[in-house]
Design a protein around this ligand. Structure first.
Ligand SMILES: [Fe+2]
Length: 222
């Protein structure tokens, strides 16, 4: 095992600072904004929430269907996550989100498609770091219901991570509570959330998030 993977399994997460060059995540954020348009009116079409469970304040939600670039990151980062997890993985989940000022991501755990997760910070409008927190305590099998969320970590120990744009945190999203418990101090911040499953593990059926895959490619020449 590498130091990274030992930490990943000991604490349920490991920080991956400067996983992506800041120029890449900055450009990705610009492409995301282009996809959303240049006006409040066009961007508001992506507004979702409030979500009673996770997001008390509405945010801009970009599923991969409206921002397929997320799949490129998910699929392309697979070898990195295989190094961290020391497992053969398949990509499962990709989502991008822009939080407004004052938003929180309440404490929760993820569904099966986030057996192995990556939280990637793309941009802060005001360059103010917004802590991402993870509880090292592992959630027991009988308490994996991801439809529960909490205002804070309660009695649980948790660790703050200070992610700059381009930094990532790899974590076992299904097994460890996580969230952003303070209000977002920036006018907006952009993030990408990615998930993989062990291709031989208990969540293997959630590969590709159970979406129907296209048929095998055929190419034709005269
Ligand atoms: Fe999550």
């Amino acid at each position: 095992m590498t130091d990274e993977s030992e930490e990943y399994y000991a604490n349920g997460f490991v920080c991956l600072p400067e996983l992506m060059p800041v120029q890449v995540v900055s450009t990705l954020t610009s492409i995301m904004q282009l996809a959303m348009g240049n006006t409040l009116e066009s961007q508001r079409k992506f507004l979702s929430g409030p979500d009673e469970l996770l997001l008390p304040v509405p945010s801009y939600e970009l599923p991969p269907t409206s921002f397929p670039f997320s799949y490129g990151f998910l699929w392309g980062l697979t070898p990195i996550m295989e190094k961290v997890t020391q497992k053969k993985l398949l990509p499962a989940y990709a989502w991008s989100r822009v939080y407004p000022k004052g938003a929180k991501c309440v404490v929760h755990n993820d569904r099966e498609s986030n057996e192995h997760s990556l939280n990637l910070t793309l941009a802060y409008s005001d360059d103010i770091i917004w802590d991402f927190c993870v509880a090292p305590g592992r959630i027991a099998d009988n308490n994996l219901d991801h439809r529960t969320a909490y205002e804070d970590f309660g009695d649980l120990d948790y660790v703050r991570t200070k992610m700059k744009p381009g930094d990532a945190v790899a974590y076992q999203g299904q097994r460890h509570f996580h969230g952003r418990i303070e209000p977002n101090p920036n006018a907006w911040s952009a993030h990408m959330f990615l998930g993989w499953v062990d291709r031989d593990g208990p969540q293997k059926d959630h590969a590709f998030d159970k979406f129907a895959l296209p048929p095998p490619a055929q190419f034709y020449f005269d």
